[in-house]
Structures are given as C-alpha cells and as structure tokens.
Design a protein. Structure first.
Length: 94
C-alpha cells in the first residue's frame, strides 16, 4: 500500500522523498527487513520497526537512508514543537 501511495504521489507531481514519511512495524524480522530494503531502494523516508504492533514491544528500529539525507529527524522534532505550541495556545484561548 505504501508503494502504491508513493506511485500516486509521483503521478500527481509530488516527490515522496520530500513529502512522505512512513512508519512501518512487523513482527516478522524477514518481512521488516524486506520492507526496509524496498523503501530504502525507492528513496522513501521511513522508520521500520521489528516488533509487535499490539503490545508495542520492539526489538529493532531502523531508518532508511533518505530519512537522514532529507533531514526528517529535524522535521519531526520541529513538528512536535509546533504541535506542543498549538496545544498550549489552544488552552490559553479557552
């Protein structure tokens, strides 16, 4: 589904490397490895977790190379700060 969505973005003239961030989790290490390889080769920034999505127990977390190249770590940190500021402002207005 992620790859089909990335293809739709390309067809719409958007660059998935710049406008798409993917978070994947799978309990099977081989499936997680395959997802990591495929997303890495296609240039999609992603966090790939080997773990259980129901219990949230994780054994391995990896980020694709494009995640680091395009600065997604900083983007996510900034997004968290903006969301926190919006929450504070919303409480002040009420």
């Amino acid at each position: 589904m992620v790859l089909a969505y990335a293809q739709c973005m390309l067809e719409a003239g958007l660059n998935p490397s710049e406008h798409l961030y993917v978070n994947c989790i799978d309990i099977d290490p081989i499936a997680a490895d395959m997802a990591f390889i495929q997303l890495s080769l296609l240039g999609i920034p992603a966090e790939v977790i080997t773990g259980n999505a129901l219990t949230l127990k994780c054994s391995r977390v990896r980020y694709t190379p494009v995640y680091y190249i395009n600065g997604w770590e900083q983007r996510r940190a900034l997004r968290q700060k903006v969301d926190a500021m919006k929450e504070v402002m919303a409480r002040l207005v009420v």
